[in-house]
Design a protein around this ligand. Structure first.
Ligand code: GLU
Length: 299
């Protein structure tokens, strides 16, 4: 049998709070129970929002909680060339395109498509109005139609651009697929769920979606445990796995823990950070117990 490899993959945009501690605890426990490996990955590709001091604090808090990891910590910003290489593989097959739209232009385009018939994505069209994804209206596909010569001209002229996946082509290339979530069973992949999502941002040769998919593959992760808020993204991570020829791990999306009033914990809840709990005299075993208890309320 394949050894179990799990990972905790925080973005260092704030301190570890009870919710993220729970996520780490789930991944750690699953690896330890199976005699497998628990990896730690710092997801800092959003270079404007991530801070080294948060990374240091996350490592310190995990150690204090007794959630030691195996091997080296992988910091994504040290591996941009890995993501760039995989992006090129998608590019060579015509599955990505440069997008020159500003946020304001996209919003205008979406507003316009609310009143006019629009260019629809295969299998994902609604009669009129913008296509909706889990986070709101999807990118309307404007730059998908820019001719290759014009793309070259804009790039040569120094226009800023991000890269997007051509989701229609990607879906046709990948064919139908599914994945397994332990709690929910087999789930049919929806390759168009996020439309032509950003696969590499303007300032980095990757986005969260590409980096997480490449890293889970390179690190040999067999069981991805993470919050159920990320479940919609799993549809496109598995799509990317299919396109890039990677194996698909098993998934276990867990409920997000909430406070006693049922409100979801967020990084702004300063009193529920591991650091503030420690400073107020709460011990590591008690923090772990509170994280599990809060999760028990959800299960
Ligand atoms: N970096 C993501 C976060 O902090 C987690 C991504 C994942 O576990 O796949 O929310």
């Amino acid at each position: 049998m394949q050894p179990v490899v799990t990972r905790f993959a925080p973005s260092p945009t704030g301190l570890l709070h009870l919710g993220s501690a729970y996520s780490a605890l789930v991944a750690w426990t699953r690896a330890r129970e199976a005699g497998g490996r628990f990896l730690l990955r710092i997801e800092d590709t959003d270079i404007r929002r991530c801070r080294r001091e948060y990374e240091t604090a996350i490592l310190r808090d995990l150690k204090w909680l007794g959630l030691g990891w195996d091997g080296e910590v992988r910091r994504q910003s040290d591996h941009f060339s890995d993501y760039g290489r995989e992006l090129d593989r998608l590019g060579d097959r015509g599955l990505v395109y440069p997008c020159f739209c500003s946020r304001a232009e996209i919003e205008r385009e979406i507003a316009a498509s609310a009143s006019a018939p629009h260019d629809s994505l295969p299998g994902g069209s609604l009669p009129g109005g913008p296509l909706l994804g889990p986070d709101g209206p999807l990118y309307p596909g404007t730059c998908r139609h820019v001719a290759p010569a014009e793309r070259k001209r804009r790039i040569a002229a120094g226009r800023e651009f991000c890269m997007r996946l051509d989701s229609g082509r990607a879906a046709a290339t990948a064919g139908s697929y599914d994945f397994v979530d332990e709690r929910r069973g087999r789930i049919e992949g929806q390759p168009l769920l996020m439309g032509d999502f950003v696969i590499a941002r303007k300032d980095t040769p990757t986005s969260y979606h590409l980096a997480v998919t490449v890293d889970d593959h390179l690190q040999g992760v067999t069981l991805v445990t993470r919050g159920e808020d990320i479940l919609p993204s799993t549809h496109i991570h598995v799509l990317l796995q299919r396109l890039l020829g990677y194996a698909t791990p098993l998934y276990a999306h867990h409920p997000l823990i909430t406070d006693a009033t049922g409100r979801r914990l967020a990084k702004r809840d300063k009193d529920l950070t591991v650091q503030s709990l420690r400073e107020s005299g709460v011990g590591p075993a008690e923090v772990r117990r509170r994280a599990l208890a809060a999760a028990g309320r959800q299960a």
